[in-house]
Design a protein. Structure first.
Length: 119
C-alpha cells in the first residue's frame, strides 16, 4: 500500500515500449488484470504518468465490452481488464474462441494477485 507499485509497472511498460519500437514485429500488448474497482484507477494513472498517447490503454470489462478481435487487441499497447472478465471469457471459450487467450502478451501484470486463488 503506497509503495509505488502502479508507477513501477507503468514505467516498466513504457521502457519495454521503447525497446519494441526497434522491432515492431515483436510488439505485442501488455495486459493488466485487476479487481473491477481498480480498472479506472489504472487507466487514470497511465494517463497521468505517461506522455500523451505514448501508452494507449484500452479497458475491456463489463457487459458493454466490445467483442474482441486480434487486430483490435494489437492496436492498443495496454489492455486493462478484470479477473471477473478473464474468468467469464475462459468459461465462454468452451463454446466460442476468445482472442484474449491467443495473444502472446508481452507482459501480464496482476494487481491484487491474491484474487487468483479465489477464482
Amino acid at each position: 500500500m503506497g509503495l509505488g507499485k502502479t508507477i513501477q509497472v507503468i514505467a516498466l511498460i513504457a521502457t519495454s515500449k521503447e525497446r519494441l519500437i526497434t522491432n515492431p514485429q515483436r510488439s505485442t500488448p501488455t495486459i493488466i488484470i485487476c479487481p473491477p474497482c481498480l480498472i479506472t484507477n489504472w487507466k487514470s494513472e497511465i494517463s497521468k504518468h505517461a506522455q500523451a498517447r505514448a501508452l494507449q490503454a484500452q479497458i475491456y470489462h463489463g457487459l458493454t465490452r466490445h467483442p474482441l478481435s486480434k487486430a483490435g487487441i494489437l492496436k492498443c499497447f495496454i489492455m486493462i481488464t478484470s479477473y471477473n472478465t478473464i474468468t467469464l471469457e475462459f468459461k465462454q471459450t468452451r463454446t466460442s474462441t476468445s482472442f484474449i487467450f491467443k495473444i502472446n502478451w508481452h507482459c501480464i501484470a496482476l494487481d491484487e494477485a491474491q484474487w487468483v486463488s479465489n477464482l
